[in-house]
Ligand binder design. Structure first.
Ligand code: FES
Ligand SMILES: [Fe+2]
Length: 361
């Protein structure tokens, strides 16, 4: 059978993970003094906090016989392997091999790979790449991050799709009245038109767009409480930041923010980690309700996203048609393509913004 090499190459490019970026990869609260395994692009990584509370990230494979270090024990700032007790410092250097007689030097290759990590916006960020610190793109600066008067819940859900497809779902402003017809889009699925869509604003490694949507009040007691009683305008300020973050602000009678990390477990599986902030019904008693609702919304998204073909956004911008409401996803595709074309180098792409207007009315 003849093989279309061109198609194969395209597919490989589509399913890549962007290199040399900070990836939001785990909730801050999930990392403690107990080692925890995470997965990023098929690579197992162990996270733990040292004595000062700083997060350490090491490859989760002992260089001796390959045991998972995440099954071991944190001792002070170090991590001890569960199999033969080799001990590793937070920079990955091995500083103890219990079976060695006293005075025997530790082989320089006995160390394990460590990763740069930071903690910000309720997430652990891991740098995936090989750029030196002064050349790395920075972790995004999120505008208007909620203060302590907001209440937050966290939710996570696995999607069987490349992270580029999954990330496009929360930056798609039109889908709510269809996909979320049983939750927050329950008001009127026949009128998902924009009253106004603002100008696309480029950010460092991302873009944002403000949309004003007209929606009827959603149905149900809960939605009636938080929504307006009449047909109303909802202001949606939506941003994406390469490589894997979406930051949404929804303004109606109240305000809510969503900080969404799309963690690529492998080329066809994405773990979505969502922090949802609200300035209404802030009593902890309501957390269960918001957790349930947020999970339901993600499940509604998952059903559609997992049906998309191909499982990654196409390499060719023109491979799919675009319409009103697609400007942000077009911008995402173009910026992602620009990074891939530059072989993931960070050469001031943020200042070489692609000339994309997307669809305009
Ligand atoms: S496998 Fe880790 S010390 Fe032997
Ligand atoms: Fe959605």
């Amino acid at each position: 059978m003849a093989i279309d090499l061109r198609l194969q190459l395209t597919t490989n490019l589509e399913f890549k993970m962007l290199n040399n970026f900070w990836y939001a990869c785990e909730f801050s609260h999930a990392v403690t003094h107990q080692p925890k395994q995470i997965v990023l692009w098929q690579q197992t990584i162990v996270l733990y906090r040292n004595t000062t509370g700083q997060v350490v990230a090491l490859k989760d494979r002992c260089p001796h016989r390959g045991a998972a270090l995440s099954l071991g024990k944190v001792e002070g700032d170090c991590l001890r392997c569960p199999y033969h007790g080799w001990k590793f410092q937070s920079d990955g250097t091995c500083n103890e091999i219990p079976a060695n007689p006293p005075g025997v030097a530790i082989h320089p290759q006995a160390g394990v790979q460590s990763y740069p990590v930071e903690e910000k916006y309720g997430f652990i960020w891991l740098f995936w790449g090989d750029l030196p610190p002064d050349e790395r793109p920075s972790i995004p600066s999120l505008p208007e991050f909620p203060d302590s008067s907001y209440r937050a819940v966290t939710v996570e859900l696995e999607f069987q799709a490349h992270y580029s497809r999954v990330l496009e779902s929360p930056i798609d402003t039109v889908h709510s009245t269809f996909v979320h017809v049983n939750t927050f889009g329950s008001g009127d699925s026949n009128n998902p038109q924009f009253l106004n869509q603002g100008k696309l604003v480029w950010k460092d490694w991302g873009a944002s767009l403000i949309s004003i949507l007209q929606e009827a009040p959603p149905k149900g007691m809960y939605w009636r409480y938080i929504g307006n009683k009449k047909r109303s305008e909802i202001k949606l300020d939506c941003s994406f930041y390469l490589p894997n973050l979406v930051w949404d602000k929804v303004e109606f009678k109240f305000k809510s923010f969503s900080c969404i990390a799309h963690v690529p477990l492998n080329e066809r599986t994405t773990l979505v980690k969502l922090i949802c902030f609200r300035n209404f019904l802030t009593h902890p008693w309501f957390d269960r309700l918001f957790h349930k609702l947020s999970l339901q919304v993600l499940q509604e998204d998952r059903l559609v996203v997992e049906s998309q073909h191909p499982q990654a956004v196409p390499d060719d911008i023109n491979a799919e048609l675009h319409a009103a409401g697609d400007a942000l996803s077009i911008a995402y595709r173009q910026l992602r393509q620009k990074c891939l074309a530059l072989e993931y180098k960070s050469e001031a792409i943020a200042t070489q913004i692609p000339d994309v207007a997307g669809y305009r009315n």
